[in-house]
Design a protein around this ligand. Structure first.
Ligand code: ZN
Length: 342
């Protein structure tokens, strides 16, 4: 008999808002509340599996509907982002108090203690932000608490890392001047800066100028799976030295040694990535960053309802309650509190 005790998971990255808008135009709010085929996050499954909340990404799909590498215009990105904020507010409003958008770690702790889902607004690729940052504060006031300056393409702020396997994440120039200013503004305002889609030069630019813990919300170990999206040992060490966090990504192509998009991946492979990160960084710097509803996870983990399979696998690998609580939510909450202020 496996241990079925639920460990609450605060997750560093998901794409449910994009999924709902792209696939459920007319009933996006309703689709959040019931399990649906091919959708990883819904309220019932989340409650069943212990998914307590996390950073809810606002990623801007291609403006022309086709070319992901083409940077969308600011107007398109702004409108799309506002639609996503509205959708999450509508979900919270329709949830009968079971979903509350959080703006502080105090909010998150309160929600988690009450069994209320705790989403936080995150921008993945800052195309919606004007290069002079004049609308950043308005987004902050709307609840934005985390920004990945760039997705895996280029924009006004940085050059994202293209998806390549096997390849080094050192793929080109790093932050632009606007990107440097964005990082400083986020530091001052109390907005997290997410490094997951930056190339290596961009990562080191942020490491040099940021005064806050380094965060790679959804990236794995490059040594175990040499995709450009994963972290080198040097990057993992820098994250540890900054008192930051790397979130375990469930995407099979960032887990498997062969980088294949094959969902037949035993949970032991996720445990290997966690073990490696803990070996390099220690237990205080590893979290979860599922990439749910943005990338295909292992078939054993293809719904938030199945999350206990992962915590059980970690438990069987020797992680005790204290370690599991850190990996599953404690480390994220500490890093966000350090970043946002108490
Ligand atoms: Zn991503």
């Amino acid at each position: 008999m496996t241990n079925t005790q639920l460990v609450p998971i605060f997750d560093g990255h998901n794409d449910i808002l994009l999924k709902l808008i792209e696939e459920c135009a007319d009933n996006a709010v309703e689709a959040f509340f019931q399990p649906r085929k091919g959708q990883h996050i819904d309220l019932l499954s989340a409650q069943k599996g212990g998914f307590a909340g996390g950073l809810f990404a606002m990623f801007i799909p291609p403006e022309d509907g086709r070319s992901f590498r083409k940077t969308p215009s600011q107007e398109f990105a702004r409108d799309y982002t506002m639609n996503m904020i509205t959708l999450l507010r509508d979900i919270a409003a329709a949830s009968d108090g079971k979903v509350e958008i959080c703006r502080s770690v105090g909010d998150i702790r309160k929600a988690m203690a009450a069994g209320i889902m705790a989403p936080v607004l995150h921008i993945e690729g800052a195309e919606a932000i004007l290069p002079d940052l004049s609308n950043l504060e308005a987004f902050y006031n709307d609840g934005l608490r985390s920004i990945g300056p760039v997705w895996s393409r280029s924009n006004a702020f940085a050059h994202g890392v293209p998806f390549k396997f096997p390849a080094s994440p050192d793929t080109g120039p790093g932050l632009t001047n606007e990107g440097m200013k964005l990082v400083k503004a986020c530091n001052e305002m109390g907005i997290a800066v997410d490094l997951s889609h930056l190339n290596e030069k961009g990562f080191w630019d942020v490491a040099r100028i940021s005064t806050k813990p380094l965060i790679a919300s959804h990236s794995n170990v490059h040594t175990l799976c040499p995709t450009t999206r994963n972290l080198t040992d040097g990057q993992l060490k820098a994250i540890k030295d900054s008192n930051g966090i790397a979130g375990l990504n469930f995407a099979v192509s960032f887990l498997r040694k062969d980088g294949a998009k094959d969902v037949n991946v035993p949970l032991s492979v996720l445990v290997e990535h966690v073990d490696y990160m803990v070996d390099i960084m220690g237990i205080d710097h590893v979290g979860i960053g599922s990439d749910y509803d943005g990338a295909p996870p292992p078939s054993d983990l293809d719904s938030t309802a199945k999350l206990p399979a992962l915590t059980n696998a970690l438990r069987e690998a020797g992680y005790d309650d204290d370690a599991l609580n850190k990996i599953c939510h404690g480390n994220w909450l500490r890093v966000l509190e350090d970043t946002w202020g108490a």
